[in-house]
Design a protein around this ligand. Structure first.
Ligand code: NAD
Length: 484
């Protein structure tokens, strides 16, 4: 095995989770690269106590001091970019360039957290003569972050820099499928000077997550993963009176109008559906083709055929996931849809045990088909034909999810019409992956997110802090009344 067995990182110590041992597989070639032992309630409890012990000292430092650690952390992410990217690539299976983009994004997220002192300077106002109100952001205490397999470096960094800079201490529970990057993050934070116990990693699956939801000393939980689990975590955490933000699955619609720029639309849609092998919550999954757009579909297929698994298209996370994706395609074909580009049964030479699906474009998908409604999470695009824009918007609006929606047109009026009516948290106009960049925040609507606030950007401040409002009369002797 290339890497040592992965252990929990609690208060700077590496401690075995003690439970079932799972193989950590590289989807690139199916090889076992490490093992991880799953943790249960006992390990979560130990991590929470460690984080709780670290909280008073950490939260009592000024935010100006706390960001110094993150300036150094950002530098370490940059200095170790190549190694961190290769680790993401190995455990997740995405391409090297995609892995690097993920780590670069982590550096950008950290850069944003370093600007926090400028963003949360406290509010103060003389509300009546001699009487002042002030409002301060206070950390919550011990918080938890539960993350999915598809961005082993970036999604943990959606939460770590902001939550910690704002004075909280944290337990990270990464996906048990990709546990390696989480421990490297912990090592780099330690190297950056983060005090012991402020950041801890507990590896595990369902049992560890349930222990997090139930632990009385955890004040808030952020979750990123499937809607099925997001609902469980949201309900269980809230019923234990915690603050919970749970991001779920997605089914993103790209509405393409006949006047859209052909080259730009085709390359954007192809990149959106195949980036990270379609295993990202911002991937294009359904293209709603309004009127006659055959010229764009033709070009799109041409672009998709240039995307080759094992070269500029990464692997699927597991054999099971590959089979699930291929079953969706086969079922759509049986139901009468037309496969224009077929990525099933793909083998990469020299990596025959890896898990690959080539780009797949399916035309004449009907809105009621399973492939049109459910998250496929693979490099697969369903084309749904509509006669007009209102019908296209109706299809987008009928989805249970609401992460992203995009429109491709050169007509500003049509673009605005769609942007105003789409039921999604993140909208793209001639952009296939409309991820807002800092300081704007990331978060969907409907079944793609439960809870208030967004997970990144300015909106996350509301999630990771509580407000203290103080009213002060500076001169008790003065004759002013409270309204003067
Ligand atoms: P997942 O829901 O299977 O796992 C996410 C986390 O939940 C992991 O840490 C896992 O260990 C834990 N978990 C799994 N089953 C559990 C259970 N029964 N009870 C408690 N905890 C459990 O998700 P995944 O397969 O790792 O990630 C892919 C999903 O994440 C996709 O649906 C994707 O859309 C979604 N995602 C969403 C966003 C977003 O911003 N909305 C971002 C990234 C990924």
């Amino acid at each position: 095995m290339k890497y040592k067995p992965v252990k929990n990182f609690i208060g700077d110590e590496l401690i075995d989770g003690g439970g079932e041992k799972l193989d950590v597989c590289s989807p690139l070639d199916g090889s076992v690269i490490s093992k991880v032992s799953l943790s249960a309630a006992e390990a979560v409890d130990k991590a929470v106590h460690t984080a709780k012990e670290a909280f008073p000292a950490w939260s009592n430092t000024t935010i100006k001091e706390r960001v110094q650690v993150f300036f150094r952390y950002k530098q370490l992410l940059e200095e170790n970019m190549d190694e961190l990217s290769k680790l993401v690539q190995e455990e997740n299976g995405k391409t090297y360039d995609e892995s690097k983009a993920e780590v670069l994004k982590s550096a950008e997220l950290t850069e944003f957290a370093c600007s926090m002192p400028q963003l949360i300077s406290n509010e103060i106002l003389e509300v009546s003569k001699g009487v002042e109100c002030r409002e301060e952001h206070h950390p919550l205490g011990v918080v938890a972050s539960i993350t999915p397999f598809n961005f082993p470096n970036m999604v943990p960094n959606w939460t770590i820099p902001n939550a910690l800079v704002l004075g909280n201490t944290m337990i990270l529970k990464p996906s048990e499928i990709v546990p390696l990057s989480a421990n490297r993050i912990a090592e780099l934070l330690k190297e950056a000077g983060l005090p012991k116990g402020v950041f801890n990693v507990v590896h595990g699956a369902q049992e560890a997550v349930e222990a997090i939801c139930d632990h009385p000393e955890i004040q808030a939980i952020s979750f990123v993963g499937s809607t099925r689990v997001a609902k469980i975590v949201y309900q269980r955490g809230c019923s234990n009176l915690k603050r919970v933000m749970a991001l779920g699955s997605a089914k993103n619609h790209l509405i393409v109008l006949p006047d859209a720029n052909i080259e730009m639309t085709a390359s954007n849609v192809a990149a959106s559906m195949t980036g990270c092998a379609g295993q990202r919550c911002m991937a294009a999954s359904a293209m709603v083709a309004v009127g006659s757009v055959d010229h764009i579909i033709e070009k799109l297929c041409e672009e998709a055929r240039k995307i080759i698994p094992g070269k500029n298209l990464g692997a699927i996370i597991s054999k099971k996931a590959k089979e699930r994706i291929e079953n969706y395609i086969t079922e759509a074909e049986k139901d009468g849809a037309k496969i224009l580009v077929d990525g099933r049964n793909y083998k990469v030479e020299g990596k025959e045990n890896g898990f690959y699906v080539g780009p797949t474009i399916i035309d004449y998908v009907r809105p009621e088909m399973r492939i049109a409604r459910e998250e496929v999470f693979g490099p697969v695009l369903s084309i749904i034909r509509t006669k007009d824009l209102d019908e296209a918007i109706e299809i987008e609006n009928s989805s249970n999810y609401g992460n992203a929606a995009a429109v491709f047109t050169q007509n500003g009026g049509y673009a605005k019409y769609v942007a105003e009516r789409a039921s999604a948290g993140m909208i793209g106009v001639n952009i296939g992956v409309p991820v807002p960049r800092e300081p704007f925040s990331f978060g969907g609507w409907n079944d793609s997110k439960f809870g208030v606030c967004d997970i990144t950007g300015k909106s996350s401040i509301g999630f990771w802090t509580k407000l203290k409002k103080t009213t002060i009369k500076w001169n008790p002797e003065s004759k002013v009344n409270w309204m003067s």
